[in-house]
Design a protein around this ligand. Structure first.
Ligand SMILES: Cc1ncc(COP(=O)(O)O)c(C=O)c1O
Length: 359
């Protein structure tokens, strides 16, 4: 199937136009009315909970999605497309946890299976489980570029793993990402998350030296991408081009199918891996990911919580065997790495003696 999104150029024109227009704010009188008549009158339990949360959680919430004016709402029921806060107010849930609950919130089919597994296995053994194999098989069957799938704890972790695999596979150092795209908050990929007022630090707590090998290119601009690739050729080569295939920030600045195709060709030309971050798009745009819609095969695909039906603490990386072998566990890993490790570690260092402990 082809996704020649005819609207892309028009959407970008309209966005550019929009930011030139004056900003219309909600009038202070109307805001006051909403604060008093809705939030104060109907959300008292949320307000009380937020006061407690502020004492024990930095900023009062665990995720940016939950920020809200005049205070975050606390929810205790989520079902399909509906949410209910602790005061019993009903909402239509357009957020869906930021994307991963593609079947809607808390679908019976997923919850019942989770409950069944918890009943006899608990949350984790750290050992092999049948459902890890079933999940990997399903992703291999569905996503065209994936021959093997490795589970991680989050999309952020899977993006970091993709950068490592790309460096191992290409021997190159630099990572290119599209301006405004989010690939999790790992130190090297937090590049471009600018905190207003932080001047040179791009993300709180990170010195610029963290980003020595990370650069951004202008969204949807193949010439800009090639300029970066040429420059990198002179200083250590590009290991990976990271793309959110629909465009940065979940496609809020869309990119064309021609750009995605062009990025594929440029990655091959400059010896870099093309990484599709499908944290938002996988199993949502199509059961086979954005890559199927665009008809473009990435070298690596990043997945997020969607692989665990929206349950937190999940993500993964998929790709062909020749790249995924770098993530093989233990002694089955890449033989070149294995030989280097054995050479470095043999003979083993003398066992250090620890003082006896008393319990
Ligand atoms: C495109 C994209 N990549 C990576 C991530 C990071 O995933 P996680 O929050 O699971 O670390 C997100 C999260 O919103 C995302 O939207």
């Amino acid at each position: 199937m082809d996704i020649n999104r005819p609207g892309t150029a028009q959407v970008i024109r309209e966005l550019d136009d929009l930011i030139k227009r004056p900003i219309h704010s909600i009038s202070p009188e109307y805001l006051k009315k909403v604060e008093t008549e809705y939030f104060d009158a109907k959300c008292a339990k949320s307000k009380e909970m937020v006061e407690h949360a502020n004492k024990v959680i930095p900023g009062g919430v665990q995720h940016n999605l939950a920020f809200n004016h005049p205070f975050p709402l606390a929810f205790d029921t989520a079902k399909g497309a509906k949410l209910y806060d602790v005061d019993g107010n009903e909402y239509l849930d357009f957020l869906q946890a930021g994307g991963p609950t593609v079947l809607g919130s808390n679908p019976d089919s997923v919850r019942e299976k989770v409950e069944e597994l918890l009943d006899h296995c608990g949350p984790s053994t750290g050992l092999l489980h049948e459902y890890e194999v079933k999940l990997a098989q399903l992703i291999v069957d569905l996503v065209p570029s994936v021959d093997k799938f490795r589970m991680f704890n989050s999309g952020s972790e899977a993006c970091s793993a993709a950068a490592r695999v790309a460096r191992l596979a290409t021997g190159n150092k630099h990572i290119l990402k599209m301006g405004g795209a989010y690939h999790g908050w790992s130190d090297q990929l937090a590049f471009g998350i600018r905190i207003p007022g932080s001047k040179f630090t791009q993300s709180k707590g990170l010195p610029l030296s963290n980003f020595v090998f990370t650069e951004e290119f202008f969204p949807g601009d193949l010439k800009a991408l090639e300029r970066n690739l040429k420059l990198n050729k002179l200083r250590g080569g590009t290991a990976a081009i990271f793309l959110e295939p629909v465009g940065p920030e979940s496609g809020t600045r869309p990119i064309s199918a021609e750009f995605v195709q062009g990025a594929r060709e440029l990655a091959t030309k400059y010896g870099a891996l093309l990484v599709f971050d499908e944290v938002v798009t996988a199993f949502r745009l199509s059961p086979h990911g954005a890559q199927h819609l665009y008809g473009v095969m990435p070298d690596l695909t990043v997945f997020g919580k969607v692989v665990a039906g929206g349950y937190p603490g999940a993500g993964g990386l998929g790709g062909p065997d020749k790249y995924m072998q770098y993530l093989a566990a233990g002694i089955h890993g890449d033989t070149k790495i294995k030989k280097a490790l054995v050479a470095a570690l043999w003979p083993p260092p003398r066992c250090r003696r620890w003082p006896a402990t008393t319990r």
